[in-house]
Write a protein that binds this ligand. Structure first.
Ligand code: NAP
Length: 484
């Protein structure tokens, strides 16, 4: 059963970059769904802000289009959509200019919760933070939400933290990593810390290794220019995969509370060992028939940027010493498939004569498709003919387990935005976590840049370069299948 959601107070949410792709595709359709679920209290308002000169009515049309395109079946509820659009306003503002700020100051109310979503390029964060203060729009209780990328290395992340800290306390800053808002990711914590079953096994005595895979089928497409300066390490590993790794590996926090959870995650990041070059495989997708190669899509024929990366990481602490964490992510792979797999060790001895197969328990946490968790267990194959063993999944697909088709399960953005309004930072990254993550990734990136490493080519629709398979093969392990 879905538990009751804590109600929120009326709020004013200002979305800088309110006409942009992220706002149209994720933020506003997400807010609409919360509105329909009765989670947006009466009197709440959403104010879009960008440089474009739009009337509020034109802005509402733009948002309606976004919701109809990306909002799923619920967008056909015309009455709700009209009521939701009524809560929208628009202000034309240049983050780096002075026009429009007085209008915004006149719109936001002093006596409600105020959140400012910076859905613009990070180079504008400083200007926005400064002007919100200069014009007396933000108060000590206001929250700001910032998007990835949070820096491109340790220095730039520090500078960004410093800029925000000039105007906002850490308790006011919500750094979004939407992976943390995914239902399954939170369920990972519920499974780990809400059951007695797993904790005794959750260590190097019983876990052989852990795999984290985030595979995409799309290429870089229109984002080529941005992506080519970033690559899979900066775009995916430093943030999303590291966050997943933290939740899998962290010690139980004393409470499910922002400070306690984030303290434990930080300890994991700080305990990551430096990774030697032979434990990293970088790849780039090749052309496929008339489908362009990565280099063609990125518009850079000499690009050394990776569209795929696999890393064998290790955590130097008592719990995880000797347990490899294999991370991989890439574009144009076989299927859209993200999962965390905890692969347990072999039985010390099989009592079943003639059973040559290796039977391993695997706890698999699927982020997509079909969010859910399954545990592979070994049972007797039904029927006569002796004790033949077979591995079967104990499956808990949330959509099935939680009733109907899981449509009440909010999407990551919806949940995170409502957490901002509630003032709950548990699922947001703290400044020191982000810096620690860069401190781990920076030397790895510097290493391959120094060596001028060329990424290995891989076929679109494959599981990445063969060298990535070898990363596990040479240790007698293999990647789990990438399947949609
Ligand atoms: P986008 O489509 O380029 O939209 C940028 C928005 O910012 C537009 O509304 C734009 O409107 C506004 N803007 C640009 N310069 C401005 C200025 N000087 N003052 C005020 N507004 C300004 O970008 P996006 O894809 O929505 O991405 C926004 C942020 O989210 C970026 O930091 C991006 O890295 C991050 N992000 C995006 C996604 C995604 O799926 N799109 C995912 C994760 C993170 P005007 O040009 O009219 O001002």
């Amino acid at each position: 059963m879905v538990s009751r959601v804590i109600p929120v107070e009326p709020f004013d949410l200002v979305i800088f970059g309110g006409t942009g792709d992220l706002a149209r595709r994720k933020i506003l359709p997400g807010l609409f769904r919360r509105f329909r679920a009765g989670q947006m209290p009466e009197g709440s308002r959403i104010i879009g802000a960008a440089r474009g000169n739009l009337e509020t009515s034109a802005y509402r049309d733009l948002v309606r289009g976004g919701i109809q395109e990306f909002g799923g079946s619920e967008s056909s509820d015309g009455d709700s959509l009209a009521a939701f659009l009524d809560s929208l306003q628009y202000v034309s503002i240049d983050a780096t200019g002075e026009g429009g700020w007085q209008s915004l100051a006149g719109l936001v109310r002093p006596d409600v919760i105020k959140a400012f979503y910076f859905s613009v390029a990070p180079s504008l964060f400083g200007a926005l933070a400064e002007r919100l203060h200069m014009h007396g729009i933000a108060d000590p209780e206001s929250r700001i939400v910032v998007e990835k990328p949070f820096g491109r290395d340790l220095d730039s992340a520090r500078a960004l933290n410093h800029t925000l800290a000039e105007h906002f306390r850490e308790e006011q800053i919500y750094r979004i990593d939407h992976y943390l808002g995914k239902e399954t990711v939170q369920n990972l914590m519920a499974v780990r810390f809400g059951n007695i079953l797993f904790e005794p096994l959750w260590n190097n005595h019983y876990v052989d290794h852990i795999q984290i895979t985030v595979a995409e089928t799309v290429g870089v497409e229109g984002r080529g220019e941005y992506y080519d300066k970033s690559g899979a390490m900066r775009d995916m590993v430093q943030n999303h995969l590291m966050q997943l790794l933290c939740l899998i590996a962290m010690e139980p926090p004393a409470q499910f509370e922002a400070g306690a959870v984030r303290d434990e995650k930080l300890k994991v990041i700080r305990a990551l060992r430096p990774v030697p070059a032979h434990h990293i495989v970088r790849g780039q997708y090749d052309a496929d028939g008339d489908q362009p190669s990565y280099r063609e899509e990125a518009g850079n024929p000499r690009s050394f940027t990776e569209s795929f990366i696999a890393i064998r990481a290790e955590i130097a602490n008592w719990r995880w010493s000797g347990v490899p964490f294999y991370l991989r992510t890439g574009k144009k792979l076989r299927a859209r498939h993200s999962e965390i797999a905890v692969v347990f060790k072999d039985l010390p001895h099989s009592i079943f004569e003639g059973d040559q197969a290796r039977h391993r328990n695997i706890l698999s946490i699927r982020l997509q498709p079909n969010e859910g968790i399954d545990l592979t267990v070994t049972i007797k194959e039904p029927g006569p003919g002796g004790m033949r063993l077979v591995d079967v999944p104990l499956d808990m697909t949330f959509a099935t387990a939680l009733g109907e088709d899981g449509k009440d399960v909010p999407d990551a953005y919806e949940r995170l935005i409502m957490d901002v309004i509630r003032g709950n930072q548990t699922l947001f990254m703290r400044g020191d976590e982000v810096e620690a993550a860069w401190a781990w990734t920076d030397p790895l990136i510097a290493g391959w840049e120094r060596r001028n490493d060329v990424p290995k080519l891989y076929d679109p629709g494959s599981a990445g370069p063969d060298d990535s398979l070898m990363l596990l093969h040479r240790e007698g392990r293999r990647w789990r299948e990438i399947k949609g």
